[in-house]
Every structure is written in C-alpha cells, then in structure tokens.
Design a protein around this ligand. Structure first.
Ligand code: SF4
Length: 235
C-alpha cells in the first residue's frame, strides 16, 4: 500500500473519530441503521461546523481593547452589538451614543427605546434580532463617524453579518446604508425598497434619532418594516 493511500486512510479515520464514530460502519450496520456514537461527544455536526455564538465571541476577543482608529481615545466602552446570533433580521445603525457608550449596549437611549418599540410592533422581541453599528465606539459629541473611522471599523460589522447570516438587514440612517451599499445616494431615495448586500436583502430606513426629531416620518419607517415582514412571510 502506497504512502499516499495510507495517509488518505489515516485522514478519513481521524475525520470519522472527530464526528464521534467509534468504528467505521460496514454494510450490515448501514442496512440496519446501527451507528454507535460516544454520547459524551457533540452530537450535532452542524453545531460543530457552524457555532455563531462561539464565532462572535472569538471576534469580540480579536477586537480586544481596540485602538485601531481615533475613536478609541474618547470612548468609555466598545459597543460590540447584541441579540440572537441566529437572527433573521439585523438592525445596523451608525455609531453608539452617550448612553450606549456608558452601558456598552447598542440602542439603549431614547432612540433605542423607539427602535425597541418598532421591533415589538413587528411582533418580535429584541433578543430575537441582532442590533449593531457600523462603528463600535462613540464619536465625540455624537458627531458623524468620519470616513477613516468607518473604513477601519466596518470590517467588524461585516464579519458579524457573515457569522449571523441574517435573511434581511435593516440599516438605520444614512451612514449605515451608504457604508454598506458603498453609495452616496441620500437616505430619502434609498429607503422604501430592497437593495442587496452580499446576497442579503437590505432595507434602508430612517435612523430612530431622526424619527424622534421628525415623528411625522414614522409611518415611512413602519412601511419599510412591513415590507421586511412580508419578505420574511410574517405578514
Ligand atoms: S471604532 Fe472600531 S476600529 Fe475604531 S477603536 Fe472602536 S472598535 Fe476599534
């Protein structure tokens, strides 16, 4: 038997052992569906291959006490994002504000309360969706994040999207939509229809902070939310 074949057999045996098999089933075992596994091992192969909670934890560790951009100098906390790692809907805003910076949680101030009530009106709970921002540290005086800060930090929210694989992204406000779609089109022209981000449907809508200042536009965001629910077959 050649060295190559021995290596191939060894690799296969390691592979089966990793899956929890104690021996390789023969024809008779397959016919009677008898597969012996060690119950102490992880039973679900999907869990082993795709564990979004572990992947998010490892991304958070990688970000560490980040000083990759100048927003690090004024922040209190990095606001990583929160919610279900298997969410069908991801809400993405632009940056943490004062309250978020203090609590290390996204959308917990007045704008956050409005977002929570939108989520609940959609028939969901906050912990069923995922909420994050384009940049993870609060810009001083709540100014807009600058281009270099967005360029540096965006990789992290993009990786969160890759891990969570939502069916729909709802981007909140101009900066989030323009960053994800790499466009300069104003939010008033972006909202109200689906776009695509790496094969995922993306619905831009107004930022809740804008809606607090312009409550007359709340119904437009509700229209956007209804289109998302319809797309997900929840309406
Ligand atoms: S905004 Fe992002 S890149 Fe900049 S310091 Fe914070 S975590 Fe790092």
């Amino acid at each position: 038997m050649g060295r190559e074949m021995i290596n191939a057999i060894r690799d296969s045996l390691i592979f089966y052992r990793e899956l929890g098999f104690q021996y390789i089933p023969g024809d008779r075992d397959i016919g009677s569906c008898k597969v012996h596994t060690d119950p102490s091992r992880t039973p679900f192969i999907k869990e082993k291959i795709n564990d979004p909670d572990a992947e998010l934890d490892s991304l958070r560790k990688e970000i560490g006490d980040c000083h990759r951009c100048k927003l690090s100098s004024n922040r209190t906390h990095i606001v990583f994002g929160e919610g279900s790692s298997r969410a069908e809907i991801m809400f993405i805003g632009e940056a943490p504000g004062r309250e978020e910076d203090i609590q290390a949680r996204p959308f917990v101030g007045d704008a956050g309360k409005l977002l929570t009530s939108l989520i609940e009106k959609m028939g969901l709970r906050r912990d069923e969706v995922y909420i994050g921002n384009i940049v993870k540290c609060r810009p001083p005086y709540n100014r807009d994040p600058e281009e270099d800060e967005i360029d540096t930090c965006r990789q992290f929210i993009e990786r969160q999207i890759d891990i969570i694989k939502p069916r729909v992204i709802i981007s909140l406000g101009r900066i989030s939509a323009q960053s994800l779609l790499n466009t300069r089109i104003p939010i008033s022209k972006l909202r109200g229809r689906f776009w695509e981000y790496k094969g995922i449907a993306l619905m831009p809508t107004f930022h809740p902070a804008y809606l607090l200042r312009n409550p007359k536009d709340k119904w437009l965001t509700w229209q956007d939310a209804m289109m998302v629910l319809e797309r997900l077959g929840r309406k």
